[in-house]
Design a protein around this ligand. Structure first.
Ligand code: GLN
Length: 495
């Protein structure tokens, strides 16, 4: 098997036994990238030389008998809204083209200290705004299962890279589903931890009260493995939580007899594709057979999630993105009459349409006279949505539902219907508004065109351990279902 097809946990075992080398693994990944990238377009930057150099250095350490760091040269792909020292970080925006951060985000620092290797930077929806990766200013990533469809977003580049074996694992961000939706659309595992679990220092903000760093892995164990490295309190992020970090890899292997699962009625309504409903229900039956207890629950306020979420994120983005004014970072239009004209020209040229829509909407919601009617009201509804979950978690430990109510959709849909881009978000944004951990696990495929179907497992704050444990056990039950791989017959097709 080419080494790029390994799971991260298996890779680390083989490295420890000295059966494979880091360099060969990086080379196999680069080979796959060369074969597929022309079509897939998952990467904005490939760290070819850097990754090979680091691989050789780690191999040398290993062969000289030095201690092996926990990630031992594991090649990791990084979403391009996370600052990487000396490597261009663009947020897939013209605004940040050419921005080379002078420092690493905390999550990158931790990965490097653990011996991980940055293989490249992944495409995303500009400033992480979108659910299809079509909002990137530079390129559209395609879904490895069907290249006429989108990989989900906004971490679509990261998910496609992992699904297509162009990376062993990836780091993304999830504000309102951006790890879970692409994981679902690409048939892999995606975990958004509890708000505050992972430091956001060095992650370019979209909506600060909801931004999270998350992991995209081929299997649940890989995700748990990386969580062990990236979680924890950080002096540089005042919202990061000083909560003990368990050994997720160890604990996920325990059984689920003690767990009670809630099935939210609202997430199985007519909005859900019939095949998705069927596969998720089959998986829920498996949970019951494995000893998990089930109970139907209700999240009545979740139907107000769309206006609540989009109002809050737009308001936060509108004020947060004010920093991009041509003075400190990235783009500046030099042909201007005065300072105000420079701001206007830079911001109009630098931001794409979707980002501009949201800035305008957010500024409107925050302006005098509107604040109480929109922003404040949305915050109140957010509390009601969170209370729904609190009530549910008094009765059950976890919730299970479809990650997305629809299958990966065709590229270009949002050009015809702008609002359609929000459809996949229905079951994930309530979780984001409540700051809870959520994981997407593949639980089957649609019949006509073989497209992945994701199941979301939601937990109480800081109970990722239970989420991962349930996912790990269910993944074993679904082994046969999930043994299918994309066929990559598009390698000769030019995008
Ligand atoms: N669809 C969501 C949005 O556009 C995804 C955001 C995210 O998680 N970064 O806001």
């Amino acid at each position: 098997m080419p080494l790029n097809e390994l799971k991260a946990v298996d890779y680390l075992k083989l490295i420890r036994k000295r059966e494979i080398s880091v360099e060969q693994t990086v080379k196999d990944i680069l080979k796959q990238i060369d074969r597929l990238e022309q079509t897939l377009k998952a990467y904005l930057y490939i760290n070819r030389e850097g990754a090979l150099q680091e691989a050789k250095a780690i191999d040398k350490k290993i062969s000289s008998g030095e201690d092996i760091p926990p990630l031992a040269g594991l090649p990791i792909a990084i979403k391009d809204n996370i600052c990487t020292k000396g490597i261009e970080t663009t947020c897939a925006s013209k605004m940040l083209k050419g921005f080379i951060p002078p420092y690493d985000a905390t999550v990158i620092k931790k990965i490097k200290e653990a011996g991980g290797i940055i293989i490249g930077k992944n495409n995303l929806d500009e400033f992480a705004m979108g659910s299809s990766t079509e909002n990137s200013a530079f390129q559209t990533t395609l879904n490895p299962w069907d290249i006429t469809r989108v990989p989900g977003g906004s971490s679509g580049g990261s998910a496609a890279a992992v699904a297509a074996h162009e990376a062993l694992i990836a780091i993304g961000t999830d504000t309102g589903g951006s790890v879970r939706i692409p994981a679902s659309f690409c048939g892999i595992v995606g975990l958004k931890p509890t708000y505050g679990r992972v430091s956001r220092y060095g992650v370019i903000p979209y909506a600060s009260s909801m931004d999270n760093v998350g992991v995209l892995g081929k299997v649940v164990e890989d995700t748990a493995l990386l969580m062990n490295i990236i979680c924890g309190y950080d002096d540089y992020d005042s919202t990061s939580a000083d909560t003990p970090v368990p050994d997720f890899l160890l604990s996920c292997r325990e059984g689920i007899n003690d767990l009670k699962f809630g099935v939210p009625r609202e997430f199985f309504g007519p909005q859900v594709d019939i095949e998705i409903k069927e596969k998720v229900k089959e998986a829920i039956n498996k949970i019951e057979q494995m000893g998990g207890k089930l109970e139907e629950i209700s999240l009545p306020y979740s139907e107000y999630s769309f206006p609540t979420y989009y109002l809050i994120v737009s308001a936060e983005a509108g004020s947060g993105l004010a920093r991009f004014d041509g003075v400190q970072y990235g783009l500046r239009i030099e042909d201007n009459d005065n300072l105000e004209d420079m701001y206007k020209k830079t911001r109009s040229k630098g931001f794409g349409a979707e980002v501009l829509y949201r800035i305008i909407m957010g500024t409107y919601a925050l302006s005098a006279g509107n604040y109480d009617d929109y922003y404040l009201r949305a915050q109140k509804v957010r509390t009601l949505i969170r209370k729904d979950f609190e009530n549910a978690f008094r009765k059950v430990d976890l919730l299970v539902c479809p990650t997305s109510p629809e299958l990966p959709f065709k590229k270009g849909r949002q050009q015809k219907d702008l609002l359609a881009q929000f459809l996949p978000d229905a079951h994930i944004i309530p979780v984001s508004l409540a700051g809870l951990p959520g994981l997407s696990l593949n639980c089957g495929f649609s019949k006509k065109v073989q497209l992945p179907i994701g199941l979301q497992i939601i937990g109480r704050p800081f109970e990722e351990e239970k989420v991962l444990r349930a996912a790990y056990n269910l993944e074993i039950e679904l082994k046969e279902v999930n043994s299918v791989q994309p066929n990559f017959t598009f390698n000769s097709v030019s995008g």
